[in-house]
Design a protein around this ligand. Structure first.
Ligand code: NAD
Length: 240
């Protein structure tokens, strides 16, 4: 199974579509499944735009206590590194990711489409000034929610909360890449979060072959040409 997938990858025209599972081996918990964030925290409170607007300190406490440490010392794993290497070798056109951790870029991937934004970037809700993670760490110790150094406005992360639209440019580019791919590698995603989860179906209906690499079954397994069950960090390096 891996040998025929490796052959298809070598042919080129490959696009990767990744989810939280690709970062699990970097120590970042997924949202769903065993140990996932949503088994401990209610997504309706911590990930919804309505709740953020009502009480932003709720989100910021969650961010400070659960995400900050993980983002401070980014550690791409062999799955991220293998995808970056495939791009360097001219086999992989792009990574479309649902992740907000920046680990693909950290591993050296250059063409990365972030469908759900980035939890390393922030902006002020009043004056729109942008901030990077390093710039708000000290502020997070002092204020929850953190405030803008220029105008005292509340800061928000540049992520897509539940209840918000995906960035139109990102979803269009992702759909375009998926529709022109010969092979879509779908890695570490439960494929239950829409509209992102439409991307594999769109690729398939435009003629791409699908390979699912995940440690549990997904709703798209029946449509797929390859289903490789296991850890992304062990399977992807074998494609090099
Ligand atoms: P998900 O949590 O719904 O699914 C992750 C999938 O990966 C699960 O099916 C799980 O069994 C599988 N998995 C876990 N470890 C794996 C491994 N080592 N190798 C292969 N598969 C593994 O995540 P999703 O599908 O990305 O969708 C949910 C949303 O979660 C997205 O919107 C994303 O923004 C967000 N999210 C991002 C991060 C991050 O940036 N690292 C972390 C958690 C959630």
């Amino acid at each position: 199974m891996i040998a025929s997938l490796k052959e298809a990858v070598n042919f080129g025209g490959v696009v990767a579509f990744t989810g939280a599972g690709v970062s699990a081996e970097s120590g970042i918990p997924t949202y769903r499944g065993t140990g996932g964030f949503w088994t401990k925290y209610d997504p309706d409170k911590y990930a919804s735009i309505d709740y953020f607007e009502q009480d932003p300190s709720y989100y910021w406490r969650f961010f400070r206590d659960t995400r900050l440490d993980l983002l401070r010392h980014p550690k791409p794993n062999p799955a991220h590194l293998a995808l970056a290497e495939l791009e360097t070798r001219g086999k992989l056109q792009a990574v479309i990711t649902q992740n907000i951790d920046g680990l693909h870029q950290e591993a050296g991937s250059r063409k990365v489409i972030e469908l759900h934004g980035s939890s390393r970037k922030f902006h002020c809700l009043e004056c729109c000034r942008s901030y990077l993670l390093e710039e708000i760490e000290a502020e997070l110790e002092k204020h929850l929610p953190p405030l803008c150094a220029d105008c005292n406005g509340i800061l928000r992360p540049d992520i897509v909360f539940f209840g918000e639209m995906l960035p139109p440019g990102a979803i269009e580019e992702a759909m375009d890449l998926a529709s022109r791919a010969s092979l879509l590698l779908v890695i570490g995603s439960s494929l239950v979060v829409y509209p992102a989860a439409q991307i594999p179906m769109a690729a398939k209906s435009c003629g791409a072959r699908l390979a699912i690499i995940n440690d549990e079954p997904t709703p798209a397994d029946g449509l797929s040409d390859w289903v490789l069950m296991g850890k992304a960090g062990e399977i992807l390096p074998q494609l090099l």
